[in-house]
Structures are given as structure tokens and as C-alpha cells.
Design a protein around this ligand. Structure first.
Ligand code: SF4
Length: 465
């Protein structure tokens, strides 16, 4: 069957990138519109394998064009239920990346595809080929799908119309977990799909923490684990609560240890600084620590400017991804902002000091009323100076934290070293950092830096004589 396609299909193409210079056409993505959606329907509603295109086909698109694309699949089968829609939808990312010359990024309303010039030269000239290859993979890899059809839309007006309906479906899925919490369940769910490019990443999905890609919530994980217990989504017995506020559970630690091959053995689901959740690369939002104000900023994929630290989303995403625990950066799904446990170990919303305007608007209903106006966006603060000024003017809670830290420092320091009146400069130092080190005699020493700003131009490592 694969012979009918003018391209190869294999998981080995998953890491293939189609760079701008090699791209024939770009579909959806930040410069256009699009989405992907899977809907469960009854068996008699589907003609298996049917493909419908609304709008121009690939052969009608000019080289270098950026075009809208929506991909809607309908699935049916005895075991198919609406709870499986999100899980199946997420696999469109893998399966389309198996197609040589096609790059698929992100999920839901963030999808972004590129078709390479090479693929076009080899004969890829219709969306039907992509849809038929994708449907074949869905049925091969997810045997509970007995029938599938696909509708691709490239007409902008039609994409916009269907996108607003899709948004209602995504929102309804996310809303389901709102009244369920970690303390109400004994089982969480894990996902290891992204290990193909982030080998030590495990997404831990709880009622209070959606997956990093934002596509899989606790109900979706449950449905997937039920229908395919050996698949990439699996149950995690919660085990004992080790740290309620940080969100540390013995069952999560055990699974993290075994599935990361011992790379890490502790995860605190609601902590930014201590044993944070790993970040693969599919996250919808990156959180970044801003030492100058001791706060956390957040930036999403749609934000194309620079954050107050001078970095773009893509630069910070590069620092964050790869499946490691990176203290100082954290990838999350947007719906985690709506969780009452959102980074609760670090002060929750009181620690948030910057967020792009559009993202703030999206989650504004879940930002506590007493802090919402104190969190600046790109319109209020574009660099560190304007950020500090805004936070002080609005009396953001972090400003009180600076004062408390200064007071504690003053009490601890010998009289001769007590600083004078608090200067603006002194407020913006990093919090205390403790570095355990070994002394020459092996007894160990501990260096404590308080209110220190450290910059290192060069580190020289010399062999001990
Ligand atoms: S981001 Fe997490 S939940 Fe989403 S596909 Fe990757 S591993 Fe799975």
C-alpha cells in the first residue's frame, strides 16, 4: 500500500526538519491559520478512507506560499469513544512526521507544517496523498480505529469558521478537569511519546496538570491507557504523597527513575525551582526565571517579540527542551495556568512578573483578582528597567518579598556589614544560593552567596598536582 505514495514513510523521518530554504510551501503556523481535530462518530456515519478537500490543492500553491490548513479526521469503531479524540489527534504529529519531506510541529490550533521542495519534485502534489498516508498510519498503529475519513480545508474563510467550532471542543475538553484534583484520584497518567526526540522526558498528567503540549488531560490519559495499556500513554499509581505543596509523589518518582534510565528520580509537579518537571520541546509556554526581580515570566509560541530578559520564545525553548530538568526554565501546557496548584511551591501567581498580553487575556479568568493588574505585559514592560519600575509602581507582591529578604539579610549580617538604606540596585540581586562543595580534606564545605550577582567570563579547570 505504501507503494502508492511518491514518498517514503518511516519513523526514521521523525527528526527531519524542513528549513526555510528547502521549503516549497508552509501550512498553518504562526503566519497563517489552521488546526487539527479528531472527532469520534458512529460507524454508519463514515465511508472508510474517504478524503475531502475544501479549497486549493497543493498543486495550485505557489512555491514559497504560506497557506491556511485545517485537518479534520472522523474516527469510528466499537472501542472508539469521545475520550479518545485528543489522544488520537495528538498522533497526527508523529504520523505526519513519518512522511519524508513533510514536517509537522505542535498541536491543536498551533499546528505548523512545511512541505519540502524535494517532496514536490518526487511527485507529492496533492493533500490527498498526505491524508491517505496519515489515515493508513492511524489504522495501522491504533487498531481500535475501524473506520476513518479526513477533510482538509485550505480555504481561509472556511478554516476560520471551523476553527471557532474546534476551539469550543478544545475548551470543553479542558474544562472537564476543572473540578477534579490530585487528591481525588489514586492514578495519574504518563506519556512518553516525545522520547523520540527528548529521550528522558516523561509527561506526568494529573487532574491539576495538563501535558506540556496541552493536548492530553487526565481523562484523555485514562482513555488511552484503557484502550492500549502497552501504548505511549500509561497509568502511574500515585503512591505516597511526599510533598503536598510541591506535588511530589512516590509513584511518580519511581516511574520517572525507570523511564528516564536513572537520569532523574524526583519530580515536583508544582515546583519551578526544585526537581521541576522535565520539558520535551512541545510545550505551549516557557516559564523563565528573572533573577533581577526574583520572579518568573512566561512566554508562549504566539509571542513573536522579546521578553524583558531580551530573549525570544524560540531562544528560550532551545534552552528548555530536550527532556531534562532545567532549573530556571520550565515548559508547560496553557491549561496549567488554570490549575489551583499552578507553581504553588513558588508562590503561584504571586511569583509571576511578566506574561504576553494575548496569553494573559486567554487565562485572565483564572488569575486572582488581587494580582491581575500587577502583572505587566509587553505593553507595560519591554526590558528589565521598565519591568522593575512597573512592579514597584503597582506594588506587586514580589516587591514585598525583596523587602523581606533585605530585612532578613540585615539581621544576619554583622553590624559593620549591615547595608545602609535599601537601594533600588540592591533589591534586584539573585536570592540566596547554597552550593555544597567538597573541601580538600573531604570534609565538605558549604558556600552561601547572598544578594550576589555572579558573572563568569571564563572558567579554567586545572589538573591537581
Ligand atoms: S508533550 Fe507530553 S503528553 Fe504531549 S505528546 Fe509529548 S510526551 Fe506526550
Amino acid at each position: 500500500m505504501e507503494d502508492e505514495f511518491p514518498f517514503e514513510i518511516s519513523p526514521m523521518f521523525e527528526g527531519e526538519r524542513v528549513r526555510k530554504g528547502d521549503m516549497y510551501v508552509e501550512l498553518a503556523g504562526p503566519k497563517s491559520r489552521g488546526f487539527e481535530l479528531v472527532k469520534a462518530v458512529k460507524m454508519d456515519e463514515i465511508k472508510d478512507g474517504k478524503f475531502t478537500l475544501i479549497g486549493p490543492d497543493l498543486s495550485e500553491m505557489e512555491e514559497g506560499a504560506r497557506c491556511p490548513l485545517a485537518m479534520v479526521y472522523r474516527i469510528a469503531g466499537e472501542l472508539v469513544e469521545p475520550d479518545l479524540e485528543a489522544i488520537v489527534e495528538r498522533r497526527n504529529h508523529d504520523f505526519q512526521n513519518y512522511i519524508q519531506g513533510l514536517m509537522h510541529l505542535n498541536q491543536r490550533y498551533d499546528v505548523w507544517l512545511r512541505v519540502s521542495k524535494d517532496a514536490i519534485k518526487k511527485g507529492l502534489n496533492s493533500f490527498e496523498m498526505i491524508a491517505k498516508a496519515s489515515m493508513m498510519l492511524f489504522k495501522n498503529e491504533l487498531p481500535f480505529i475501524e473506520k476513518i475519513d479526513a477533510t482538509y480545508i485550505t480555504d481561509l474563510d472556511e478554516v476560520e469558521k471551523e476553527l471557532s467550532k474546534a476551539m469550543e471542543i478544545y475548551n470543553a475538553r479542558d474544562e472537564r478537569t476543572r473540578h477534579l484534583h490530585e487528591e481525588d484520584v489514586d492514578v495519574f497518567y504518563g506519556c512518553s511519546l516525545c522520547q523520540s526526540f527528548a529521550p528522558t522526558n516523561i509527561c506526568v498528567v494529573t487532574p491539576d496538570r495538563i501535558s506540556l503540549c496541552g493536548a492530553i488531560n487526565w481523562f484523555d490519559g485514562r482513555a488511552a491507557a484503557k484502550v492500549d495499556p502497552e501504548g505511549p500513554q500509561f497509568a502511574i499509581n500515585k503512591g505516597k504523597v511526599i510533598d503536598e505543596i510541591g506535588g511530589e509523589y512516590s509513584g511518580v518518582n519511581e516511574i520517572a527513575n525507570s523511564l528516564s534510565s536513572g537520569e532523574y528520580d524526583r519530580i515536583k509537579l508544582h515546583s519551578f525551582f526544585e526537581y521541576p518537571h522535565t520539558s520535551c520541546g512541545c510545550f505551549e509556554v516557557v516559564g523563565f526565571y528573572i533573577p533581577e526581580v526574583d520572579g518568573i515570566g512566561w512566554v508562549d509560541r504566539d509571542f513573536t517579540g522579546t521578553a524583558p530578559n531580551g530573549l525570544t520564545f524560540s531562544t528560550m525553548a532551545g534552552q528548555t527542551g530536550g527532556g531534562k530538568q532545567i532549573v530556571g526554565f520550565l515548559g508547560i501546557g496553557i491549561n496549567y495556568f488554570r490549575s489551583p496548584k499552578f507553581i504553588q511551591a513558588d508562590g503561584g501567581w504571586n511569583r509571576v512578573v511578566w506574561i504576553p498580553k494575548k496569553l494573559k487575556y486567554m487565562v485572565s479568568g483564572d488569575i486572582p483578582g488581587n494580582i491581575i493588574d500587577k502583572i505587566p505585559t509587553e505593553e507595560d514592560a519591554s526590558d528589565l528597567e521598565s519591568l522593575k519600575k512597573f512592579l514597584m509602581e503597582k506594588e506587586h507582591p514580589i516587591v514585598h518579598k525583596w523587602a523581606e529578604e533585605e530585612e532578613a539579610e540585615a539581621k544576619e549580617e554583622p553590624a559593620s556589614q549591615v547595608p545602609g538604606p535599601m537601594s533600588v540596585q540592591s533589591l534586584f540581586q539573585i536570592p540566596a544560593v547554597q552550593m555544597p562543595m567538597s573541601a580538600a580534606d573531604g570534609s565538605g564545605v558549604k558556600l552561601i552567596f547572598r544578594n550576589a550577582k555572579i558573572s563568569i567570563d571564563r572558567v579554567i579547570v586545572k589538573k591537581k598536582d
